[in-house]
Structure formats: C-alpha cells, structure tokens
Design a protein around this ligand. Structure first.
Ligand SMILES: [Zn+2]
Length: 224
C-alpha cells in the first residue's frame, strides 16, 4: 500500500527533532533573529510594514544585507525543500531535478514521467509535479496534519500513508497536476508504465507495469 496526500497538503512546517533538523534549525533561529533586526530597521526607517505580500521578501533582503550571514547559511526555504516539500507558489515540472522532490525520485519513475510530460505537452497539456520524493520526517508531518484534518488516524490513513509504507519516501510515487494532466495520465500512463494507484487519488502515480502494459485496477484508497 502507499502514501499520498490531498491536493491541499502544501504549506510551511517546522523542523522535527532529527540531527540535521537540529543543525539547520539553529540557522533558522539566526535568520529569525535577523528578521527581527530587520523589522526594527524597517520601523526606524518609517517604512510601511503593513504590506503582507511583500513584507517577507523585504525582511529576507534586509536580513541578508543588514546582518552578516555566514556564506554557508542556506536560503529560508532550503530546509523544507531538502525534505521534499514544494514551497508555495513554486511550480515544478518532471525535469526540475535540482529540487529534491523531483531529483530524489527513483530514476525509472522520473524518466517515464519526463517522457509522458513531453508527449502531454504535444497535446497542449502542461504536467507539473505537486509532490514527489519526501523524507520520512516530511511524511510524518503530513500524516500528523492528516489526523488533524480528517479527525482520526484511521481516516487520515485513507489519504496519507505512514513513513514506513509510503512510496513517496522510497521515491517510487509522484503526485501530478493539474487535473487535466491527471486525466491525461490516467488515460495514457500505461504507455510509460505509469498507473493510477488509488481510486480516490487521481493525482498519484507509480510505475506499476511495463511500458505498453496494463495497469492493475486501482485500490480503493491508501489504507487498503
Ligand atoms: Zn501521492
């Protein structure tokens, strides 16, 4: 069985207590401190900080320029991205291998998806990756969030697998968007070996047959 998520499962999250998370969290704390300093700078300069869309970008710029940052400090988004999260507003294609969500997908799955994306584009459909490889920590966060959303672990498990069982964690599952691309892939994915796995998730695909083969019938949901 496998793991998946709802289309709305993007968003920010905080580090968990892993060794690497701890190491990078100190970097985040430094940046938060820098952000506070930048806020003070903004206030002193009489700048308007009441512009939500631009405020964060302004703070980041100020934090980078006003505060001396070590050259090795990663950008704010790196910690989450390293876990396979896709930042809000970022659109990934199957060719964006520089992002861990795509780059850490299992090679044969990624190559099949890339070929499918080329052929879909020829039909006027742009294929995006809405979720790909995920770290165990990220998968656990999704499951925790699912329990809150769906009210119980039993209900959440219909949409989100455990880190141990998730094919996203092993790099062997990918969530595809938009809906037009999902339906195209449901219709044509078997050409590349790509199959819809769960009846309740039109966006979740795995390599479950040989190219040109026949996909197995979808399971009802990830809890099966
Ligand atoms: Zn999925």
């Amino acid at each position: 069985m496998d793991t998946t998520d709802t289309p709305t499962e993007t968003g920010t999250s905080t580090a968990t207590g892993t060794a690497t998370g701890t190491a990078t969290r100190s970097g985040r704390q430094r940046r938060l401190a820098a952000g506070a300093a930048a806020t003070a700078v903004l206030a002193m300069a009489g700048a308007c900080a009441a512009d939500p869309p631009g405020t964060e970008a302004v703070l980041r710029t100020l934090a980078a320029t006003v505060t001396a940052q070590p050259a090795t400090t990663p950008p704010v988004t790196t910690e989450a991205e390293a876990d396979g999260e896709i930042p809000d507003g970022r659109t990934l294609t199957p060719s964006d291998t520089g992002s861990p969500a795509v780059g850490n997908l299992d090679g044969p799955l990624r190559e099949a998806l890339q070929q499918a994306a080329v052929d879909a584009r020829a039909k006027g459909i742009e294929m995006t990756v809405t979720s790909g490889w995920r770290s165990k920590a990220y998968q656990q966060r999704l499951l925790d969030r699912g329990v809150v959303t769906y009210g119980s672990l039993e209900q959440a498990r219909k949409f989100v697998n455990t880190p141990e069982k998730s094919a996203h964690v092993s790099g062997k599952a990918v969530d595809v968007g938009p809906t037009s691309a999902d339906y195209w892939l449901i219709q044509n994915g078997a050409r590349y070996g790509l199959c819809q796995v769960y009846a309740n998730e039109i966006w979740h695909f795995e390599l479950l047959t040989t190219p040109g083969g026949t996909c197995p019938a979808p399971l009802p949901d990830a809890a099966g």
